[in-house]
Design a protein around this ligand. Structure first.
Ligand SMILES: [Zn+2]
Length: 496
């Protein structure tokens, strides 16, 4: 009988280049569980294993490699085209800003704003006409909406009972673009969570129903916020978030743009449209940003981006070194009148003098922003693992196990209730980060919580306690697997 050798770190599969799942049958024969196509130097045989994975044999004659190389390059080019096409297909079903605008306006009217939400916005300093004009609306849990709202309007989805509902619960903060069109919204979740030690812990997430909030422009840009009228048309202000620029524009009396997480460079088409005729951008960094090296790095990259558009960049400064200071939307009249305008060099000099570690200070301007890293990776020496999760079956680990007859059989292990990540989030200060997860709780209902990234540090047990505390149920034997899954979420989830 043929002796099978599993792919491993030392002996990765030459077809898909991965270190798990696939196996070698002989020095010149591999079975690849992932790929459907032979790379250069291999050809796909007609033989398949039980799971339908093909065997790939080493090419006998290296002389036809040249020909294969060409063929391979052609196929690679085709794949690229296919990717673009599938993105275009996705785009073709996404509503444009002009299509979204009347729907969001009507939705805002239909849903209205409950008194608590109105009071909250009013307490933040927004006058009545702003609260009405900016289309804020309240979303209740399982809020039903009319059948005329299409399923490709972000936030709208078809419930299991066949009606249309909105996802989330809280205040919808509507984005309005440079042309005055309502382009989307983020939900400010109003789960008060009295047990939470950090009372400031706000959760914002993009409307997501059957479709995401991405607009069918560029690489799928997320909407940005514009607000207010400029005292000087050459100048625009910029700050993080979607609500903050609305309040700040009212408070300061200037025109603002805002982006979730301050990620303006991810929405270049909208930024360029909003910055038409503008020469100077004044960035109002949040209190505490200059003592947070991730945020400093972030603003360096934003500065570079704005400079690449030919703009002058200045930073508004009112001494907001520490988080305890006010943000731009909370300034007192005294602070408003004492704002200084710093060049990027001066602002980053302040940041350098505040950051404790040397390596934090010497941040290269071109260094990419760090993605959240998993504190612990999956063990490559263990059998291949793949997780899946759905509401009915729960969170499942899929592995492949070698049988006595030498074949490999797929196996499944249930870890716990359904649990999936909906977003990677930054809070309003941009400092704490976390993974927003949705899960089936003990009562069979869907819960949503933000797992602060800090709880995944070390052994990660704090993250588990956090989840259990909020009603997540899992098998205690599978604690390790659940942790692996959570660590994986922290690194794979895309920022939205
Ligand atoms: Zn493979």
């Amino acid at each position: 009988m043929t002796k099978l050798i599993k792919s491993s770190q030392k002996n990765p599969c030459p077809i898909c280049k991965k270190e798990d799942w696939c196996y070698q049958l002989s020095p010149s024969l591999w079975c690849c569980k992932r790929s459907d196509e032979a790379p250069l130097g291999f050809h796909r045989t007609t033989k398949q294993d039980r799971d339908g994975a093909y065997y790939y044999a080493v090419d006998d004659d290296p002389s036809d490699w040249e020909f294969k190389k060409e063929e391979w390059a052609k196929k690679e080019a085709q794949r690229k085209l296919d990717r673009v096409e599938s993105q275009q297909q996705e785009f073709s079903t996404q509503l444009t800003s002009a299509q979204r605008d009347p729907l969001i306006r009507s939705l805002s009217q239909d849903c209205g704003l409950i008194r608590e939400h109105y009071q909250m916005l009013s307490n933040r300093g927004l006058p009545d006409e702003q609260i009405k004009g900016r289309l804020f609306f309240s979303i209740e849990q399982f809020q039903k909406v009319g059948e005329h709202y299409p399923l490709n309007l972000p936030g709208v989805y078809r419930s299991p009972f066949g009606d249309r509902q909105l996802k989330g619960k809280g205040i919808a903060i509507v984005t309005i673009d440079a042309d005055g069109l309502a382009t989307g919204w983020q939900v400010m979740n109003d789960d008060p969570r009295p047990t939470e030690p950090d009372v400031d812990f706000c959760k914002y997430y993009w409307a997501k129903g059957n479709k995401s909030s991405h607009l069918p422009i560029g690489d799928g840009e997320l909407p940005i916020q514009t607000s207010g009228t400029a005292s000087n048309p050459d100048t625009i202000w910029e700050c993080e978030g979607l609500l903050k620029p609305v309040i700040a524009s009212d408070l300061i009396g200037e025109r603002f743009i805002g982006a979730a997480g301050g990620l303006f460079r991810s929405s270049p088409i909208q930024v360029k449209a909003a910055l038409k005729d503008v020469q100077t951008v004044i960035i109002a960094v949040d209190a505490g940003d200059v003592v947070n090296h991730h945020r400093v790095r972030h603003w360096r990259l934003e500065t570079e981006f704005l400079k690449s558009l030919g703009l002058e960049v200045l930073f508004a400064w009112w001494g907001q070194i520490n988080k305890t200071e006010n943000d731009i939307d909370e300034l007192t009249p005294d602070e408003c009148s004492s704002i200084e305008y710093l060049t990027p060099d001066r602002l980053f000099a302040i940041a350098n003098s505040q950051l404790p570690e040397k390596e934090d200070r010497l941040v290269s301007e071109t260094e990419p922003e760090p993605e959240p890293e998993p504190e612990k990776a999956l063990d490559n020496n263990n059998p291949p693992v793949k997780f899946s999760s759905n509401y009915q079956d729960g969170l499942i680990l899929h592995t492949v196990e070698k049988q006595d007859d030498g074949t490999f059989q797929p196996q499944q292990q249930r870890i716990g209730n359904h649990l999936e990540a909906s977003a990677y989030v930054e809070n309003t200060e941009g400092a704490e980060t976390g993974v927003l997860v949705k899960f089936r709780n003990q009562r069979g209902k869907t819960s949503q919580v933000l797992i602060p990234r800090i709880t995944l540090a070390g052994d990660g047990l704090e993250a588990l306690r956090f989840l259990v505390d909020r009603g997540y149920h899992y098998s205690r034997k599978q604690k390790g697997l659940l942790l692996d899954y959570l660590f994986g979420l922290g690194c794979e989830v895309v920022r939205v």
